[in-house]
Ligand binder design. Structure first.
Ligand code: ADP
Ligand code: MG
Length: 338
């Protein structure tokens, strides 16, 4: 057997990147989540060729100090948690300190960032190493440009699907993030064509209209219910408006888009016999809960979480939805201001 040795940082970053960065949509998700964590109220996502050529995410958030840029691109370096207690009380979308290190291990990355505006920092990273840094004119906030994703990992590149499919995945993730953050103005474009634009006025029904179209938003109804641990709220399609897949169900836990089969089932249970077989609702279900009841440290992409009191939450969701559907008759269209 060969001698045991520690892997180089470059190699460990590439291995980590394999878990977090699967495709252009994962880059978009990680960068947009960083913008949200930085307190941005405006986020612009411009991709070229479905992100295969280039992905730019620009925000008006906190920016990064000049002497912190290197750390931002260092694996397991984060500003978001400090100790073990924080790990079980995560209130930000990020906390693993892996995304920027991972992305820059498998692409060319340029960051332009400024804490105060006017003057800031530009730095370049590529294939896991730093290429340069200089002072540069910049607006307050951060702009990250990712070019030639997977240029140095041909196996990954080969595994990517058609630009059309990769773009659908980007649109899907940005739509769900937008639905989770109606108070943030989000714009998404592909090769100059605007695909989504939300005003960031905090109105969820407006975002639903931006994402799914006004004709759909008009056929949806709001709901809200809480118990001592959870508050659930959102928008639901009326039973006559259905889709043939579960893909139109978005579950947002403290703003984080998650996949959870049991909670999706709880949503459908709320419709009971009003849904026929293989018909699925359009639903945006936002759950607010004390972060102490959620373990987000389950999977590198953070889309799966472990929940205490999942049964209680399921019951609350089901009853919130069935109540809302009962009231449906009384709810008239409240969408004249869309
Ligand atoms: P994490 O989000 O898990 O902390 P990342 O690798 O995604 O790890 O980011 C590392 C650090 O870089 C973050 O903790 C944050 O301090 C900083 N950072 C990243 N993106 C931004 C941004 N858009 N605005 C401000 N700071 C950022
Ligand atoms: Mg992050």
């Amino acid at each position: 057997m060969a001698k045991i040795h520690e892997l180089s940082e470059n190699l460990t970053n590439q291995i980590a990147a394999g878990e977090v960065i699967e495709r252009p949509a994962s880059v978009v998700k990680e960068l947009v989540e960083n913008s949200i964590d930085a307190g941005a109220t405006r986020i612009r996502i411009d991709v070229v060729d479905a992100g295969l050529k280039q992905i730019v995410v620009q925000d008006n958030g906190s920016g990064i100090e000049r002497d912190q840029v290197d750390l931002a691109f260092t694996r397991h370096a984060t500003s978001k948690i400090n100790n073990e207690r924080d790990l079980f009380n995560v209130s930000t979308l990020g906390f693993r300190g892996e995304a920027l290190a991972s992305i820059s291990a498998v692409a060319h990355v340029e960051i332009l960032t400024s804490v105060e505006g006017k003057i800031g920092t530009r730095a370049d990273f590529s294939g896991g190493s730093k290429k340069g840094q200089e002072d540069a004119a910049a607006r307050k906030g951060t702009q990250i440009t990712v070019k030639d994703l997977f240029f140095n990992t041909p196996a990954r590149l080969k595994y990517l699907r058609s630009p059309r499919t990769e773009m659908m995945k980007i649109v899907d993730i940005v739509n769900r993030i937008a639905l989770g953050y109606p108070q943030i103005a989000i714009t998404l474009s592909n090769t100059g064509k605007v695909l989504l634009r939300t005003p960031g006025n905090g109105k969820l029904q407006q975002t639903v209209a931006n994402v799914y179209g006004r004709h759909i938003a008009e056929k949806m109804m709001s709901f809200e219910k809480e118990d001592s641990d959870f508050k659930v709220s959102g928008f639901l399609s009326k039973p006559e408006l259905t889709r043939s897949t579960r893909n139109y169900i978005s579950i947002l836990l403290n703003g984080r888009y998650i996949r959870n089969f049991k909670l999706a089932t709880a949503i459908m249970d709320g419709y009971g016999s009003k849904l026929t077989a293989r018909h699925y609702p359009i639903a945006i279900v936002a759950i607010h809960v004390d972060p102490l009841l959620v373990d987000v440290n389950v999977h590198p992409t953070k889309q799966e979480v472990r929940l205490s009191k999942e049964k209680e939450l399921s019951r609350l969701i089901t009853s919130a939805i069935s109540d809302a559907l009962l009231d449906n008759v009384e709810q008239t269209s409240a969408f004249e201001n869309l």
